[in-house]
Design a protein around this ligand. Structure first.
Ligand SMILES: [Zn+2]
Length: 418
């Protein structure tokens, strides 16, 4: 199927993140990111631009992590070390971790840029900063003569506002400058959502998405951010980062009783944050139809009531049926539906501002194909049809989850799908 002209999407990634190597046989291996990059090269998607991220600053990281922990991570630069039974660093891991957190921050900055992009602002190429070398550019629309020809990237500057450069101005180019960036995907490793304030955990060093959300609050003064975590493991570090706050609504679907064994139904937030943590622990075997039904019944009404100003996704792809670390039954099509669903939430409430940040996903083909499926949704395509019938047992579980959260969110409908 030909790719239709799509919304501009910024991908933030850096080959330096391939140099983080937790060791032989470790599932969170460099080949994961390489598989995604290779798949992107083979399957260019209209509107996708690549940009090189900047490193997060210490101040940005310390919005989530305490200074002694950051000192510990800094002390491991250039070394091999084992931080917990699952989490190890190689000599380049610390730099990769700073870049991963920086990419998540850059993704937020790209969506909340102070540049007058969009709204007919008529940003012109010649008014933009010089091009940055070394990164890949945008993929043009396929009906242009210059389709898939690399054009300059969107360089992101020094952890502050994002600077957007013009596409190639060669005579034959029909590139157009993205008027407004509304979608971003930070393709990063190490992942982040298990990292706690003072502790590396579950392959994660810095909590990239929590750092990005904290940046959106501190730097861009947002008041309501929705984080959707569809990684098959519970995002314990993210939950704990915002557990007593209402300015970040954390929604996680995950396999029950899988690592890290948190995310029970009754973990709903505390104090001013009560009700703003939504956990959906699921039994093994949830498939596309069941996941979609859960998200439609639980996430959509809550998000529509919360009206987020920005939507961030902890985009792990280990709930895929082929993943070796878990037992769910999602396919690429299922991930496309989840992505289209959160995209539409962002469109309704957040001016379209949506950033995905890579977490897990350990089957290389499943991971790469699921990322591609999501990028197509970010580009504005619609997902393929998915079976409409939800297993009766799964329906009962969805009912139970919805009933519990309806205590805080009366917008949740009590009736289940017939
Ligand atoms: Zn995971």
């Amino acid at each position: 199927m030909p790719e239709m002209p799509g919304d501009p999407i910024v991908i933030l990634t850096d080959p330096a993140m391939l140099a983080h190597n937790p060791g032989p046989g470790h599932p969170e291996r460099p080949a994961r990111l390489q598989a995604i990059l290779d798949a992107l090269d083979r399957n260019p998607i209209s509107g996708v631009c690549r940009a090189t991220p900047s490193r997060a600053t210490r101040e940005q990281i310390q919005r989530i992590h305490d200074s002694e922990y950051v000192n510990l991570i800094d002390s491991l630069r250039g070394k091999h070390a084992q931080l917990d039974p699952d989490t190890a660093v190689s000599p380049s891991s610390v730099d990769a971790a700073y870049l991963a957190a920086g990419a998540a921050i850059n993704a937020v900055d790209a969506l909340l840029s102070p540049l007058p992009l969009g709204e007919g602002s008529g940003v012109r190429a010649e008014t933009l900063p010089p091009l940055r070398e070394g990164a890949r550019g945008c993929v043009d629309h396929p009906n242009s003569k210059s389709a898939a020809r690399p054009s300059p990237p969107l360089p992101l500057g020094e952890g502050s506002g994002v600077r957007v450069t013009a596409p190639d101005k060669s005579p034959n180019s029909s590139s157009t400058l993205p008027e407004q960036i509304r979608r971003a995907f930070a393709l990063v490793r190490p992942p982040g959502h298990h990292a706690e304030t003072r502790e590396a955990m579950g392959f994660c060093l810095f909590n990239n998405i929590a750092i990005a959300a904290a940046h959106a609050i501190a730097h861009h003064h947002l008041q309501r951010i929705l984080i959707v975590d569809w990684d098959v493991h519970h995002g314990n570090g993210t939950q704990h980062s915002f557990y007593d706050r209402a300015d970040v609504l954390f929604f996680s679907s995950h396999q029950h009783r899988l690592f890290p064994n948190t995310g029970d139904l009754d973990q709903i937030g505390h104090g001013p944050g009560e009700g703003f943590t939504i956990n959906a622990p699921l039994p093994p075997g949830f498939d596309d139809a069941a996941y979609l039904h859960l998200y439609q019944r639980l996430l959509i009404p809550i998000a529509d009531a919360y009206k987020p100003q920005l939507v961030l996704v902890s985009a792990g792809f280990d709930a895929h049926r082929d993943d070796p670390l878990a037992n769910m039954m999602l396919t690429e099509t299922g991930f496309a539906h989840l992505c289209a669903l959160v995209r539409d939430i962002a469109d309704r409430h957040a001016d379209g501002r949506l950033a995905l940040i890579l977490e897990g996903g350990y089957h290389l083909n499943a991971l790469a194909n699921s990322v591609l499926a999501c990028l197509r949704m970010l580009a504005g395509q619609e997902p393929p049809e998915v079976a409409d019938s939800v297993d009766a047992r799964h329906n009962q579980i969805i009912d139970r989850i919805c009933d519990l959260h309806a205590r805080h969110w009366q917008v949740i409908q009590s009736q289940s799908k017939p």
